[in-house]
Ligand binder design. Structure first.
Ligand SMILES: Cc1ncc(COP(=O)(O)O)c(C=O)c1O
Length: 456
């Protein structure tokens, strides 16, 4: 019989024998030591040894981020790997986006001013410790969702604890809904860009038996060819999914022709805009606004997923779509139902960041300047970028060499980690540089100089 979890363990196991006085007779010889055994977890060490040999080992590095700098092991480095593109992750909306940290001020990067007591200070209200469908949601979630839906021109939005979960949640919900229809499973197919993010790939794996077909990166002709080969049934059981701005390449998905293909084939277009949201577009509407395919005039993605922890400088993720799709996520999305809600502390934090639209506008202008300057610095260093966004990979190729280049940059005061397989395909290792509004001209010039000697 299983014991009750709170009961005192019965004192009858081997470790209690001594206590019960069942000592060995004094004449018994000492038992021989057990034969050496491999640790049951030795497989982990073997895998890690192989990763080291292949130049694919990753180790945690802890740093303190302040403005455009990150301090690691006592070294202050120019931070070229932050996703806080607009510098909104600092003090309240990052009013003092740049410069502050250098002058040695408090540089407080914690989400200050988000207390729910209305004072803008101190502890948030009690952590709800429950899923949204139970007692985990409050007014801050609703305010944030309304603001997100309105600013992205969708009927409705739903906040998830992270952007990763928003992707898994949305894709699984749609796949499961289709496959619950009688006889539909065989026909439901997800067409996914070959360079899509891990959270999209994982969402496809959870999509209730839908088949996943990858198409060549940003290649609309290949997409169309592959959809035709699968003869979509025109009833919305075909999904096309892409990132808006590709996280490791910095290029932008051709959403206009992709939406045309979706319309032609009766598919739905899902866009994960984690890296374009709040950053691209006149009003920060992301890649759809940047490309002039707003959902307002029926030309945008049918479903839009994003992260709140990049352009907005907060934390969390969300799905936006028409009201029924969002309601379906509330009812069917396992990543939404079976986990604790995003703490209202962060919902309110994100909401307040969204109110700072003027700050974000000026940050977008500063970021655009920095993007141009960093692109110029990379060209001058002999590594022109093909990207025209804030994400600029410096292609290296070999994994070990990329790790070496990253170490040399570190030595020269620049923090830009190597991105290797499996995040990117084998043999396509790179140094991923991201421009942020935090950077000043002299930082960017220093990056160019450091790169020249690091790749020499
Ligand atoms: C393209 C893409 N989608 C989704 C995510 C997940 O977002 P989050 O960090 O909020 O979980 C990331 C994270 O880096 C990403 O790059």
């Amino acid at each position: 019989m299983a014991s009750h979890p709170y009961s005192t363990p019965a004192a009858d196991g081997p470790e209690h024998e001594g206590a019960k006085g069942a000592a060995r007779p004094p004449s018994s010889p000492p038992s021989p030591p057990p034969p050496p055994t491999r640790r049951a977890t030795s497989f982990a060490a073997e895998i890690l040894r192989a990763a080291r040999g292949d130049g694919l080992y990753r180790r945690l590095r802890h740093g303190q981020t302040r403005g455009q700098y990150i301090t690691i092991d006592g070294h202050s480095l120019i931070n070229l790997c932050s996703n806080d593109y607009l510098g909104m992750g600092g003090q309240q909306g990052g009013e003092a986006a740049s410069g502050g940290a250098r002058s040695g001020d408090s540089g407080d990067n914690t989400p200050a001013g988000t207390g729910q007591d209305g004072t803008g200070q101190g502890e948030p209200a009690q952590i709800p410790a429950s899923s949204r469908l139970l007692s985990g949601g409050d007014a801050s979630h609703m305010m944030l969702e309304e603001a997100l839906a309105e600013s992205k021109s969708y009927e409705s939005a739903l906040v998830y604890p992270t952007g990763y979960m928003a992707n898994i949640g949305a894709i699984q919900t749609l796949g499961a809904a289709w496959n619950a229809e009688k006889g539909a499973a065989a026909g439901s197919v997800i067409f996914s860009d070959e360079l899509n993010h891990a959270s999209i790939i994982d969402g496809c794996r959870l999509a209730g038996g839908s088949q996943t077909v990858t198409y060549a990166h940003n290649d609309v002709a290949d997409l169309e060819r592959k959809i035709s080969a699968h003869a979509g049934d025109g009833r919305g059981r075909t999904m096309i999914i892409t990132e808006g701005v590709f996280s490791m390449d910095g290029d932008v998905a051709p959403l206009k022709p992709m939406r045309d293909v979706a319309d032609k084939c009766g598919a739905i277009l899902v866009v994960d805009d984690a890296h374009g949201d709040f950053v691209l577009g006149e009003s920060g509407g992301g890649t759809p606004e940047h490309l002039g395919v707003s959902p307002r005039d029926g030309r945008g993605p049918h479903v839009y997923t994003s992260s709140l922890s990049k352009g907005l400088g907060s934390f969390g993720g969300y799905v936006a779509s028409d009201g029924d799709v969002v309601d379906l996520c509330v009812n069917r999305s396992r990543a939404f139902i079976y986990t604790s809600a995003l703490p209202s502390y962060f919902a309110l934090h994100a909401y307040r960041r969204m109110l700072a639209s003027d700050v974000m506008r000026s940050r977008r202008a500063k970021l655009a300047h920095n993007v141009r300057r960093l692109a110029g610095a990379l060209s001058e260093a002999g590594h022109p970028t093909e990207s025209n966004t804030h994400i600029m990979p410096v292609m290296i190729g070999d994994e070990r060499r990329a790790a070496d280049v990253s170490e040399r940059l570190y030595g020269a005061g620049v923090y830009a980690p190597a991105i290797r397989y499996p995040t990117v395909p084998r043999g396509e290792a790179r140094i991923r540089m991201s421009a942020t509004a935090w950077l000043e001209d002299e930082d960017i010039d220093a990056v160019g100089e450091a790169l020249k000697s690091a790749v020499a």
